[in-house]
Design a protein around this ligand. Structure first.
Ligand SMILES: Nc1ncnc2c1ncn2[C@@H]1O[C@H](COP(=O)(O)OP(=O)(O)O)[C@@H](O)[C@H]1O
Ligand SMILES: [Mg+2]
Length: 139
């Protein structure tokens, strides 16, 4: 599915809508350059998952955990700074993404291509078109 978003608000609405269809166990893998809107999209997911806390970019930590609706836990990974996939494996990555109780959103997932499970994965690509427009591809 391809959508052109014309504002960050629209991107968050699209994400919020997607969030209502998540049940637990999904792994959302994001690709797109810096400023493409990955974190903005994930903020919309957080809204849709009824997360009360403000979702900020986990710049100096690799992931952050949030309490979501229906007793689900939401994990936001930002792998921009990792050098080696082993770094996230050491933090319990495999258990986190394989739990049906968790929903994971991973920015810069291309850095851990070989560690992405084969099942329950949703790929979301964000592309910069102009200042306010982004192409969002979800599959
Ligand atoms: N249509 C849009 N969708 C998402 N973000 C947008 C859009 N238009 C402008 N922006 C802006 O682009 C920036 C995206 O930043 P961010 O979500 O942090 O990107 P990333 O996490 O991919 O580096 C934000 O400042 C946001 O307000
Ligand atoms: Mg980001």
């Amino acid at each position: 599915m391809e959508i052109i978003s014309k504002s960050s608000e629209q991107t968050q609405k699209i994400a919020q809508e997607l969030a209502t269809n998540l049940q637990g166990g999904e792994i959302l893998c994001f690709s797109g350059e810096l400023g493409a809107g990955k974190t903005t999209f994930i903020q919309g997911l957080a809204k849709g998952l009824e997360i009360k806390e403000n979702l900020t970019s986990p710049t100096f930590i690799i992931f952050k955990k949030y309490q979501a609706k229906n007793n689900l836990e939401f994990y936001h990974f930002d792998l921009y700074r990792i050098q080696d996939p082993q770094e996230i494996l050491d933090l319990g990555y495999t258990e986190i993404v394989n739990s049906k109780n968790n929903i994971s959103a991973i920015e810069w997932s291309e850095k851990i291509k070989d560690q992405i499970p084969l099942k329950n994965v949703i790929h979301i690509k964000l592309e910069y078109l102009d200042e306010n427009q982004r192409k969002i591809t979800i599959n």
